[in-house]
Design a protein around this ligand. Sequence first.
Ligand code: UT7
Length: 324
Amino acid sequence: MIIRSRIVGCGAYLPERVVTNAEMARMVDTTDEWIVERTGIRQRHIAAEGENTSDLAFAAAERALAAAGVKGSDVDLLVLGTATPDNTFPATAVKVQARLGMTGGAAFDLQAVCSGFVYGMAVADNFIRAGQVRTAVVIGAETFSRLLDWTDRNTCVLFGDGAGAVVLRADSGEGTNRDVGILSTHLHSDGRHHDLLHTKGGPSSTRGIGAIHMQGKEVFRHAVVNLARVANEALEANGLTVTDIDWLVPHQANLRILDGTAHKLNIPSERIVVTVQRHANTSAASVPLALAEAVGDGRIRPGHLVMLEAMGGGFTWGACLARM
Ligand code: UT7
């Protein structure tokens, strides 16, 4: 008997306020043309004053639970990938836990920046496979707008706020691992690249939160290589090839990174879910936002093989291969 984790519901939430590139051009020395040409981004959603990561996370999780037909009280594990928690402690996840009516089990935050959701999927999947958990909610939620230096054109045009969530359920049965649910997850990190993408701040070092600093070109180069490599690693682990993938749902940082990875993997662009134009880079939220959108509009259907992958500060990166 094999226990697998099935994705039984997806949900997403985007703050109401949309900020266009034209508005950004009124704040910093930039243009719509530059942003579109270098990143593909046309707009981003920005959380309202007083609207926090926990609010975004709760809204996405509530929608995922509704889509799955699962009550909050039935959830054993809640993992929230975020680099923008409401408070230094306690975890934002416990706020969401309480609001969902989840009275038992465990809830915690997971910090892997843009890879936070994929890391969360790996954690929850392993708890389910080990038989310790039957129902898990995995969320990626961020208010990166709060970390931005709104005078730094190198970074402030790139990010947005949002949240996405999935409900995972244990499914036990005979058969091969290829039939249904999460086939495998693959995580990596390499702390030697810490300074290429980081905030100069934090409770232990400076007591402030610090703004984002990024060496864009270096991050870009590593992203394309690492994302293609980890996708191939996931395929090889399951005896599959790129032609078996119905949908690639990658982290949405830059359209040129998506194109570069697609080229390296030799996967046609029609099989890639792209939301970066409308959402910008929402860090840990980007993959579950894109997944929820493509499930919601019927592109991703039951039986489809879906590759989720992400790369972010640390560096951290990873992939999750799932049969829907
Ligand atoms: O989520 C984690 C992963 N993050 C990423 O994957 C981000 C990876 N990196 C990138 O997406 C790209 O490197 C950027 C979009 C950040 C930058 O694009 P680029 O093609 O690598 O541009 P660049 O850094 O080489 O900058 C080119 C020029 C510079 O001017 P000079 O020095 O050549 O005169 C920048 O000052 O573009 C300038 N620039 C801008 N110009 C107008 C930088 N930002 C802007 C801006 N508007 N917003």
